[in-house]
Design a protein around this ligand. Structure first.
Ligand SMILES: Nc1nc2c(ncn2[C@@H]2O[C@H](COP(=O)(O)OP(=O)(O)OP(=O)(O)O)[C@@H](O)[C@H]2O)c(=O)[nH]1
Ligand SMILES: [Mg+2]
Length: 321
């Protein structure tokens, strides 16, 4: 698979799409090729604003992205939309179906929409999305929106690859607040009450004050104090305020150096994660280790070996060679 880097950097969508497909390939040869490509495009990355969007199924993430994406385009931005959906069994999970939901956005020249990579791919779904993000940056997209379902690890993974992490919430009565994970409040740069329209307007106001109070209990780990806003993705209300908030953050974080330091920490953690994953991949490819692994698994299950002893034997076997 040959990718024309000049064309990619010039913003050619086909080259971008092909490059992302290359990073998602499970073939070893493609893996090497895509790593080379990523190294070559690295100087062209880092200029975009990376925004994560999370929330329970049905909260309106895709609808919000359609509306907000079009709003950003109207400001002259180029917008890329990516997704992390670890539950999608085959390539093109929920976001592919969502292309119909992002009908208008997906037709824009200034938008690029890519569904979640398949969950079977090496290195995990989030890692592929991270690579796709870099490729989109190199292709000149100013804003990268990463949608993720509000379940399991994926929220944490997305929060650790973006500059600004938004959690969409439904206009709920106060009681339902209890259901949300405390950890999520700590991840959020902002909470957005979506569907603040029709009969829900008053409820949205109520949740706004509830969440504002809840966030007061979270100790900020940065200069940024998370804010709560509301919007209607259907009636296109509240978008200006949301954009103003994100721009404020971006300007301030660039000025005080936090944007760079946040990304450096993220990169360092990503590197650590990759080392673990690469190591595991190598172990699993080694025939001797494989056999030993299965045998030892049995003996650990049967209580004949300790987990520690078995793990140690496997590592020793690998490094013996
Ligand atoms: N009234 C109202 N309905 C909305 C709004 N935003 C989304 N919806 C509706 O909520 C439903 C779910 O919207 P989606 O955008 O698919 O939600 P999602 O969070 O992407 O869902 P998953 O991808 O399944 O996790 C759809 O029927 C939307 O039309 C809004 O601002 N107001
Ligand atoms: Mg969706």
């Amino acid at each position: 698979m040959s990718i024309d880097i000049q064309k990619l950097v010039a913003g050619d969508r086909r080259s971008l799409a092909k490059a992302i497909t290359l990073t998602e390939s499970k073939l070893d040869s493609h893996r090497d090729e895509s790593q080379k490509l990523l190294e070559q495009i690295l100087p062209h990355t880092g200029k975009s604003l990376r925004i994560g969007i999370s929330g329970v199924p049905g909260v309106g993430k895709s609808t919000f992205i359609e509306t907000f994406g079009l709003f950003l385009i109207s400001l002259g931005k180029k917008v890329a939309v990516l997704a992390v959906d670890p539950s999608s069994p085959i390539s093109g999970g929920s976001l592919l179906g969502d292309k119909t939901r992002m009908e208008v956005l997906s037709q824009q020249q200034e938008a690029f929409i890519r569904p979640s990579p398949a969950s079977g791919s090496l290195g995990g779904v989030a890692q592929k999305t991270r690579e796709a993000m870099l490729l989109c940056e190199a292709a000149g997209y100013d804003i990268i929106l990463v949608e993720t379902v509000g379940v399991g690890q994926s929220e944490y993974e997305v929060a650790s690859m973006v500059d600004f992490f938004m959690v969409l919430m439904l206009p709920n009565a106060g009681d339902e607040l209890q259901g949300i994970k405390k950890g999520i409040l700590e991840l959020a740069s902002s909470i957005i009450i979506n569907k603040a329209d029709g009969d829900s307007i008053n409820l949205a106001k109520l949740s706004l004050s509830h969440y504002t109070n809840a966030l007061r209990l979270v100790h900020p780990t940065s200069f940024w104090i998370p804010r709560v806003l509301s919007c209607s993705s259907i009636e296109r209300k509240g978008l200006e305020d949301i954009w103003k908030m994100i721009s404020d953050y971006h300007t301030e974080a660039q000025k005080n150096g936090e944007l760079l330091s946040k990304r450096s920490v993220q990169n360092k953690k990503w590197m650590d994660k990759l080392i673990h994953e690469m190591m595991e991949m190598r172990l699993k490819k080694n025939a001797n280790v494989q056999k030993m692994w299965r045998d030892l698994e049995n003996s650990v299950t049967e209580g004949k070996s300790t987990a520690f002893g078995a793990a140690k034997l496997i590592i020793e076997e690998y490094f013996k060679q």
